[in-house]
Design a protein around this ligand. Structure first.
Ligand code: SF4
Length: 375
């Protein structure tokens, strides 16, 4: 199994907290599409004919493209890669540009999973984040998507928002559950250096909730979604039975994937590559017939640490049998030795074939993972 990721860099406006690669200039969209299609055509060898089970449009905001443009990209992937009969095709989108006609057309071209960046149902939060939508659009787009036939909907939410209380967060969760999505991704807001939000925090214009408040919001999230029948299958991801994101799950399992577009990453088991995060330079380089990317060959230690990092993010944890067969007995002994302290503190649990983070450990995931890293 393999995956395809397509990065669409265009956004309607800049969210105040965002440090993903995006551009608000749509002027060079035609040039971008030409470059993107030529990159897709140029890389089929990367996946070595492995069956592509997932195609994921991320960004930026992929729903800034017209559906005929998305369709051309999907056709191009199908033409040049060994795509399975019914791949999971996800498009990330924002509520402000999801009209009924657009959603109907998206569904008709074969997109079968829609991920909607709602983030909050409170207008004050949306304004503070400089999101392009309001809470009415957030609630409406889900029922329109249902109406046109989407059966696999994911909602993105953010907790730990400036000036937010536990009561606000509970209300957001309640509204999200009322919409009955199959999947929810919920992220703790990170104040990224250089963003307008970081500037506001530094100037004291907004208050960030305390660590205790954030832990309470996180714990409320987990217990509310568990009660509502969601499985907490990855650090930030919750799914109803049978609705895990196949694409993102493949990242955490070490599946190979190829990425297209500015800033897109690719991974083939031995190396990791990433395209330049600049649309103009990306387009210029594709015009010259070569991709503008960097590649890192993964050492044995990089591969081990990657295996630990991705394994601990999932509910299944690290598969110890795979760990032993991939990296040998000595590495296995070292992992067991380094994990003892976290096991005794109740942060990790070990069964015969699995080493996984506990619910207490989840709050301290980064620290627990770092203790297991090989040097
Ligand atoms: S829509 Fe997404 S990618 Fe675009 S600016 Fe906002 S958070 Fe960033």
């Amino acid at each position: 199994m393999a995956g395809v990721y397509v990065h669409i860099p265009f956004c309607k406006q800049a969210c105040s907290y965002c440090d993903f690669y995006f551009t608000t200039h749509l002027l060079n969209k035609a040039d971008f599409l030409t470059a993107l299609l030529s990159e897709i055509e140029s890389k089929p060898a990367y996946l070595n004919n492995q069956v592509v089970e997932t195609i994921y449009f991320g960004g930026g905001t992929p729903s800034q493209l017209e559906t005929r443009e998305l369709n051309t990209i999907i056709d191009c992937v199908k033409q040049h890669y060994n795509v399975s009969e019914k791949p999971e095709i996800t498009v990330e989108s924002n509520p402000d540009n999801l009209s009924r006609d657009y959603l109907q057309s998206l569904y008709n071209i074969g997109v079968n999973r829609l991920s909607i960046g709602i983030q909050s149902f409170k207008n004050e939060d949306l304004e503070l984040m400089n999101r392009a939508h309001n809470c009415k659009e957030a609630e409406q787009c889900v029922s329109i998507a249902r109406g046109v036939g989407f059966k696999n909907l994911s909602i993105d939410l953010i907790y730990g928002l400036p000036n937010s209380s536990l009561k606000d967060w509970k209300s957001n969760i309640k509204k999200a559950l009322k919409l009955n999505p199959e999947h929810i991704s919920a992220y703790n807001l990170t104040i990224e250096k250089g963003t307008p939000l970081a500037h506001s925090v530094a100037k004291g214009r907004v208050n960030i909730p305390s660590d205790e408040e954030i832990v309470m919001q996180h714990n409320t999230l987990v217990s509310s979604l568990n009660t509502a029948g969601f499985e907490h299958y990855e650090t930030s991801n919750f799914a109803k039975k049978g609705y895990r994101s196949q694409h993102n799950s493949s990242y955490w399992k070490g599946t190979h994937y190829v990425g297209f577009g500015p800033s897109a990453h690719s991974f083939n088991g031995n190396s990791r590559s990433w395209n330049i995060a600049n649309t103009k330079k990306y387009v210029d380089s594709m015009r010259k017939g070569k991709s503008y990317s960097e590649t890192e060959i993964l050492s044995e230690i990089d591969s081990i640490n990657e295996f630990i990092l991705t394994g601990l993010r999932t509910v299944e944890g690290i598969n110890l049998q795979h760990f032993r067969s991939n990296f040998g007995e000595k590495a296995d002994e070292q992992l067991m030795k380094e994990s003892q302290s976290s096991i005794s503190k109740g942060l990790l649990e070990k069964t015969e074939n699995r080493l996984a983070i506990t619910s207490t450990g989840k709050v301290l995931l980064d620290g627990v993972t770092a203790e297991l890293f090989f040097e």
